[in-house]
Design a protein around this ligand. Structure first.
Ligand code: SDX
Length: 428
């Protein structure tokens, strides 16, 4: 049988053969379906792009029904077990795992870009002490574009390489500065003898000691969390990165928009919302009442559900295992029992089962971050740091894709028909 769709337009009786390619039909192939020569032709209508492939990509692949997540073909479970964040970043950006020599060079290059211009400190000092760190983060990334005007040269591979290194290396520094600002503590300079994640912990938590020594268990746990959050197909913030980048904005400006999308409580802000929800629940005894309020539609169970995963988010499974390792060091997080009871009840309740709602990446991550000493408002920032790699990889793939142009969707207009201006004195 041919890979085509035969469409009969019952308005005209005409038939059309539309090719099926990689599980999709091209929306533009529907434009030929018209009732007469003046007809614009058929569009597709897909609010929130629930069933629309916006691009062809080779970076990340998710099987939502089977709970599978692959970065460049490698299962997330294997990368979490054997890789580290910067190696995974290299894989996402370059498409292949680095050799030992390539990895050493890559890590050295990243480490040389961790410093921030001194003016950035003045810029960040302008925020109130209680400014949300994600607001500081996305504003400061946007401000970075003014320090690197060469970033506008987006079709120069050298320029993209330089901006890639700057962004990956500097977002942890920006995040750490935002945290230190909120704590009223002095900024800490990078220590490039430490690992990427070890240095991040250093810039966050170093106090009066001469040299900060990260706890190896927490350093590894955070590094694995960064691996898990690095990329995830065409999620909301990545779509924002691609859309802004399609207008040929520089990568700092595009990434600002992506971070703004991630900030939303339905997306990367969910891990913060989960912690606030668990705090509000307060005890295991209150869980049944909360489940009822979710089922009645009063609220959503934050950290549950996913547009793509209709089974357990594989990242949530790994995060649950990391939680035990972290709590062994930091001491138990009492809110874990509430989370486990929520999951236990939800996974057996028809409301959640029918809607295929399972814990997602955000359900347990906040518990670990809190145990590590982070305030909930830092959680979306901890998501943005690793996702910077995915945003850049997807942005570059879009730029180099010959099929991609400036994103400009159509609409179905249901507003007023053309009418004439009414003078003020005649308006009712
Ligand atoms: C991330 O896209 C990605 O890949 C994102 C991400 C990534 O790595 O980039 O994985 C990261 O954003 C994870 C998701 C974090 N967000 C949350 O945990 C917020 C709570 N979850 C949701 O609001 C919701 O599940 C979404 C936003 C994640 C998905 O929304 P959809 O796909 O648009 O689903 P929907 O809103 O159409 O819901 C379908 C049904 C509805 O019920 P009915 O109207 O059919 O009766 O399921 C219900 C919803 O009410 N539902 C929930 C629910 N999520 C969906 N009901 C209660 N609690 C929830 N969490």
């Amino acid at each position: 049988m041919p890979d085509t769709l035969t469409i009969t337009d019952n308005r005209t009786g005409k038939q059309y053969e539309v090719p099926i390619d990689r599980g999709a039909v091209r929306a533009m192939d529907l434009r030929q379906i018209k009732t007469d020569a003046d007809d614009f032709g058929l569009k597709t209508y897909d609010p929130a792009l629930v069933n629309t492939a916006s691009c062809v990509s080779r970076i990340t692949n998710i099987d939502g029904d089977r709970g599978i997540l692959l970065y460049r073909g490698y299962p997330i479970e294997q990368l979490a077990e054997h890789s580290d964040f910067l190696e995974t970043a290299y894989l996402l950006l370059a498409g292949e795992l680095p050799t030992a020599a390539q990895l050493t060079k890559w890590k050295t290059n990243v480490a040389t870009h961790t410093m921030l211009h001194e003016n950035m400190k003045k810029f960040m000092d302008g925020f109130r002490y209680d400014a949300h760190p994600m607001g500081i983060f996305l504003s400061t990334v946007g401000a970075l574009s003014t320090f690197y005007p060469d970033a506008k040269d987006i079709f120069s591979e050298d320029s993209r390489r330089t901006q890639t290194l700057r962004l990956i290396a500097k977002v942890p520094s920006i995040a750490a500065y935002a945290y230190r600002h909120s704590q009223g503590r002095p900024y800490v300079q990078p220590d490039n003898e430490l690992s990427f994640t070890g240095n991040f912990l250093n810039m966050l938590f170093k106090m009066a000691e001469l040299k900060y020594q990260p706890n190896p268990v927490l350093e590894r746990a955070l590094d694995v969390l960064f691996i898990l959050h690095a990329d995830h197909e065409q999620n909301c913030s990545t779509s924002a990165m691609r859309t802004i980048g399609s207008a040929h904005s520089d990568p700092y400006s595009a990434l600002t928009g992506a971070a703004a999308a991630l900030y939303g409580p339905l997306h990367g802000g969910a891990n913060e919302a989960v912690l606030r929800m668990l705090s509000e629940i307060g005890s295991v005894e209150n869980v049944p009442k909360v489940i009822e309020s979710v089922k009645s539609g009063e609220r959503r169970l934050m950290g549950f559900g996913h547009r793509v995963y209709k089974s357990y988010d594989p990242r949530a499974k790994i995060i649950k295992r990391i939680a035990d390792l972290v709590f062994a060091v930091t001491g138990h997080n009492p809110r874990l029992e509430i989370a486990l009871e929520l999951e236990r009840i939800a996974l057996q309740d028809d409301y959640f089962v029918e809607r295929r709602l399972y814990p997602n990446v955000d359900f347990y991550s906040g518990l670990i971050y809190e145990a590590m000493g982070f305030q909930p408002d830092m959680f979306p920032v901890l998501f943005a740091i690793p996702r910077t790699v995915g945003w850049i990889a997807q942005w570059e793939e879009m730029l180099l894709d010959d099929e991609q142009r400036i994103t400009r969707p159509r609409q179905i207009y249901t507003g007023a028909a053309q009418r004439d201006y009414v003078p003020r004195e005649k308006r009712r």
